[in-house]
Design a binder for this molecule. Structure first.
Ligand code: SF4
Ligand code: SF4
Length: 104
């Protein structure tokens, strides 16, 4: 939120208008800001390898792991920031999520 010359609160048009360290508490504003554009790496999920332990869902800091009928249902790239935590916590014997450079 910026303060303009008249000292009025101005709703930011995108996350790019926010100052460093800003916290958004308005859930509607959170959903409107599709922060997936920050991503430089993309997690790719392989449903054939996935054992549906949902560890990635627990650890994803952006709630970008989709749950469908109690199972892993894919990745919401509108909000995924490509941090790689999901790939890191996915059991090593399974490796159902791998990280790839976004431009590929
Ligand atoms: S890369 Fe990070 S933000 Fe994206 S789904 Fe995995 S844990 Fe969530
Ligand atoms: S951590 Fe790996 S195996 Fe477990 S639900 Fe996520 S993708 Fe599937």
């Amino acid at each position: 939120v910026k303060i303009n010359k008249e000292q009025k609160m101005v709703r930011p048009k995108s996350w790019k208008d926010l100052p460093c360290g800003a916290i958004i508490t308005d859930i509607k504003a959170v959903l409107e800001n599709k922060t997936g554009t920050w991503r430089s790496f993309r997690p790719i999920w392989d449903p054939k390898k996935c054992i549906n332990c949902l560890t990635c869902w627990i650890y994803c800091p952006d709630a970008a792991i989709i749950i469908k009928d109690g199972k892993h249902g894919g990745i919401n790239y509108d909000y995924c920031k490509g941090c790689g935590i999901c790939a890191e916590v996915c059991p090593k014997k399974v490796q159902a999520i791998t990280m790839h450079k976004e431009e590929k």
